[in-house]
Design a protein around this ligand. Sequence first.
Ligand SMILES: NC(=O)c1ccc[n+]([C@@H]2O[C@H](COP(=O)([O-])OP(=O)(O)OC[C@H]3O[C@@H](n4cnc5c(N)ncnc54)[C@H](OP(=O)(O)O)[C@@H]3O)[C@@H](O)[C@H]2O)c1
Length: 272
Amino acid sequence: MTEIAFLGLGAMGLPMARRLLDAGHRLTVWNRTAARAEPLAAAGARLARNPAQAVEGAEVVVTMLADPAAVEAVLRDAAPGLRPGTTVVDMSTIGPDAVRDLAGRLPAGVAFVDAPVMGSTPRAEAGELTIFAGGEVAPAVEPVLAALGTVVHCGPLGSGAALKLVNITAVITSVTAVAEALALAGALGVEREAAERSLAAGPLGAIVGRALDTYSAFGLGLAAKDLALALDAAKGLRVVAAAGEQLHAAAGERGAGADLSAVVTHLRGVTA
Ligand SMILES: NC(=O)c1ccc[n+]([C@@H]2O[C@H](COP(=O)([O-])OP(=O)(O)OC[C@H]3O[C@@H](n4cnc5c(N)ncnc54)[C@H](OP(=O)(O)O)[C@@H]3O)[C@@H](O)[C@H]2O)c1
């Protein structure tokens, strides 16, 4: 049983924190919008008033927040409560540059692991995430990650964040391409079911499944953030840049919180 502080109870953080509680760990939680923490308090987690209070006495601190700025702000507020020997495990998607920058700002003796995840809310609820871990995963961290999914040890600090960015960029860009192919089908008068069925039977089958997924909750705004991180990391990614523009337009129409699959209905409307 590990003493865990969990910071960030959004679409992913809430089911992940619940799994840690269900696995028998001692859990203290904090979320900027406090009401989101209430279901966990009812299930036995302690509620902290601020990040510094949440991390006091924690062996492992998990952050699951929107973007680099959010992780930076929360860890800055948590710093007065962090003690030597604690490991901070950031599971958000923030890219390797932010990981190395944040690790360098932690108080002396506090370790940092980047452990971003592949898999959306259904896999978070089931404890079936794929976790790309970078840095030294201390023994106290192993059972925490094991309750959330399968760990892939990637190498030094930042290597998990880098591999995550590679994977999510491929998925988001491919989902956007499939959305365009389905929009093309509409423009050509190809029956929607026939187009979806034939694409699903081909090499893009899993991507078609994600594009038409009605269970996941991965906001268009977060997807656009991931592509922006990829574009910051490498020059010349023209397909990624174009996909990012489509996601911004879809978010403008459907809302930044709408699932990535909303790009399909958005593009169908644009090309009709
Ligand atoms: N959703 C997915 O399918 C999925 C899958 C894999 C990875 N991810 C990644 O995992 C991370 C979390 O995703 P999510 O879907 O859980 O996002 P989400 O539902 O939008 O939740 C974001 C969390 O970050 C907090 N937050 C945002 N800005 C903040 C700030 N400035 N200060 C403090 N807290 C702040 C939010 O607090 P409030 O409640 O107060 O807004 C909330 O707890 C993201 O990096 C995302 O890219 C998501």
